[in-house]
Write a protein of this length. Structure first.
Length: 144
């Protein structure tokens, strides 16, 4: 998977370098990076491994953070997982629903799923992302 992303980025950014995060140097890698990309996969595995870094929120401050699927879920207050509503690391101040109404039934989060989330957390903003959609947020964004 790393080679796929490496080739894609190099085709668009000529002065680009990337490295795979390591457990031992993760916070130092964030510190020396401008952009941090968390790609998809298993949110549970990502949460298990990344929750060991207690200063993650501070480390990400001022960085461009990109998340895709699981890499977006874990940043939220709560997200919709395959097993229901799951708590994220609360780095972003809202709930997230990725794969909203996706044609891929295995990944899709339906309006019924969203309704459960909204009933459980009626006062928490919720971001719905369909396949291929993205949203950009900056510190101090009035939407947050």
């Amino acid at each position: 998977m790393f080679l796929f992303w490496e080739k894609l980025y190099q085709s668009h950014f000529s002065e680009f370098s990337q490295e795979i995060a390591t457990f031992d140097n993760f916070l130092e890698q964030i510190k020396s990076s401008d952009v941090i990309f968390f790609h998809g996969g298993s949110t549970a595995t990502l949460l298990k491994n990344i929750s060991r870094y207690k200063n993650l929120r501070d480390a990400l401050n001022g960085k461009i953070v990109i998340g895709s699927s699981a890499g977006t879920n874990f940043l939220s207050i709560n997200y919709l997982s395959h097993s229901g509503i799951t708590e994220g690391l609360k780095i972003l101040p809202f709930n997230i629903v990725v794969h909203y109404n996706s044609e891929n039934e295995r990944e899709s989060r339906t309006q019924a799923d969203v309704d459960k989330l909204l009933r459980q957390f009626p006062n928490t903003p919720t971001l719905l992302l369909r396949e291929g959609e993205f949203s950009i947020f900056q510190k101090g964004d009035k939407r947050l």
